[in-house]
Design a protein. Structure first.
Length: 241
């Protein structure tokens, strides 16, 4: 009888293991809904399209910067040469496009890297834990120079976080005002700095809201779409687990 009990218990345990394996296999084999997978691919295509459109303002800015270089007069002469002038025109346009693309890559990197790291749980956990270790406490008997030294020492673990936040904010502000120089915020194409006069006098009808939207879109569209794609990908992974 004892042998029968042991055999029955072993068979029941094996059945439980098989059912558990079946449940795990079926749960891992679950596919996320088709709309989510299509949305991820669709957003990827939109990101590529937005990138191609967003490079244009930086190409215009690169052309403006090159206007102050001495070879600009030579380029105008070469472009006006019959027959081969078109070749030189394409060449100089490629220079502006290349410079604008490189400028866009630098700006977007300075914006995306801080945003991505600030949304990374492992990165934040390590920095928070590092900031809480070996902190010096202020003492009333400390001299002013020791107090400064302790404050500087205590701030070192968060130096990376502070640097990322400052770089990200400054880059966004610079990028926005740079885009306003490409898309004048004043009706009739007035100077960008005239916007402050309009705001101070509350002449809001003189603001070109269309160009304001273009500037905001140029600055934040890629970041928003990348974040949205990341959220959708995370949901897809969660449904697979």
């Amino acid at each position: 009888m004892a042998i029968n009990n042991s055999s029955s218990s072993s068979s029941q345990s094996s059945k439980k293991q098989q059912s558990t394996t079946t449940v795990n296999t079926s749960s891992k084999g679950n596919k996320p809904p088709l709309p989510l997978r299509l949305a991820a691919w669709f957003i990827t295509g939109i990101i590529i399209s937005v990138i191609l459109v967003n490079i244009k303002p930086y190409e215009i800015l690169a052309g403006r910067l090159f206007q102050g270089i001495e070879y600009q007069a030579l380029s105008n002469i070469l472009v006006n040469i019959p027959f081969i002038g078109g070749i030189f025109k394409v060449f100089f346009n490629l220079i502006n496009l290349t410079a604008g693309t490189m400028f866009w890559v630098v700006i977007q990197s300075l914006e995306l890297i801080p945003t991505s790291l600030m949304g990374n749980q492992a990165f934040l956990d390590k920095n928070i834990q590092r900031a809480g270790r070996n902190q010096y406490r202020n003492d009333s008997s400390d001299g002013w120079e020791v107090k400064i030294a302790k404050r500087m020492r205590n701030s070192l673990p968060t130096e990376v976080l502070r640097f990322l936040i400052i770089v990200g904010v400054c880059t966004y502000v610079f990028d926005f005002f740079m885009c306003l120089s490409i898309f004048p915020p004043v009706v009739g194409g007035g100077d960008m700095w005239k916007l402050f006069d309009i705001l101070s006098t509350e002449q809001f009808e003189l603001i070109d809201w269309g160009n304001i939207i273009k500037a905001v879109t140029t600055v934040g569209a890629v970041q928003f779409l990348v974040k949205l794609r990341k959220v959708i990908i995370q949901i897809i992974h969660d449904l697979k687990d």
